[in-house]
Design a binder for this molecule. Structure first.
Ligand code: FPP
Length: 249
């Protein structure tokens, strides 16, 4: 039996494959509001947020995007009610456990960035297991920023470089942008070409501060759980209308 293809399974024909962003980063905001507007507890928004994320990852893979990086938990998010923090930690762990098989089948390489040592032990173990299992996959790099802060990332890079200088292993004259980037959490990735933020806030919230120097920003009022393939299609249409100059004319 011929089944109908999933809507937008293939790259929509109005998009130019040659000019797709290679690396898309996303600030997935608005889960709490999505739930509250429906009279549900905030955690239901996070649960639906996972579904939206899974579909965006599949979509990026289907459409030929090489890297997807998402902001799942900032270093400031520990200030939320304990119940919500615990729920999120359990959600991350459960998603890794449940989705590993599909990630292997879909050839997804998983990375986590952030101060991972502060995460619950069982989550750290699941992170190690999934990153080790997927390290040779090559269809798409999927990076999850967890307990991540951009300033903290820059500070830890400075510290690592300073230690090498102190030990005589690095000449200060040799420190340039490429050396610095090798000490960031994202050394496995290029910079994002496109940064998407859902739910309308016009701020960067300490995400990838160094890496977004020349990224194109796309901000939509759509709340994260409602961000579907159509919404991503619109973001890519806008991206392809932009003229990237990287500071030049
Ligand atoms: C921001 O919405 C969202 C978060 C802090 C959590 C994001 C996490 C997910 C979407 C789940 C992803 C899962 C994995 C496994 C990576 P908010 O709660 O700040 O929304 P609000 O601004 O409406 O309150």
């Amino acid at each position: 039996m011929i089944t109908k293809p999933t809507p937008l399974k293939q790259l929509p024909p109005d998009l130019d494959r040659e000019r797709l962003p290679k690396h898309v980063a996303v600030i997935m905001d608005g889960n709490g509001r999505w739930a509250q507007r429906r009279g549900m507890p905030r955690i239901m928004g996070h649960r639906r947020g996972v579904d939206a994320l899974k579909d965006l990852l599949r979509c990026c893979k289907d459409w030929g995007i090489e890297a997807l990086t998402v902001y799942a938990f900032s270093s400031e998010n520990w200030g939320r009610p304990l119940e919500e923090v615990n729920f999120l930690m359990t959600l991350f762990e459960r998603m890794l456990r449940q989705e590993l098989k599909e990630m292997m089948e879909e050839n997804v390489q998983i990375h986590f960035v952030g101060n991972l040592e502060a995460l619950p032990q069982s989550l750290q173990e699941e992170i190690e297991r999934s990153t080790a299992a997927t390290k040779d996959n090559e269809q798409i790099k999927f990076t999850i920023a967890t307990n991540y802060g951009g300033r903290q990332e820059i500070v830890q890079a400075c510290r690592a470089i300073a230690e090498q200088v102190r030990d005589g292993r690095l000449d200060p004259e040799a420190i340039d942008e490429a050396v610095f980037e090798r000490h960031l959490y994202t050394s496995h990735l290029g910079d994002p070409d496109l940064l998407i933020r859902t739910s309308g806030e016009m701020r960067i919230s300490n995400f990838l501060l160094w890496q977004v120097a020349y990224s194109e920003f796309y901000i939509t009022d759509t709340l994260w759980p409602d961000f579907d393939r159509q919404a991503f299609h619109r973001a890519l249409q806008v991206y392809q209308q932009r003229h990237r100059r990287f500071g030049k004319l």
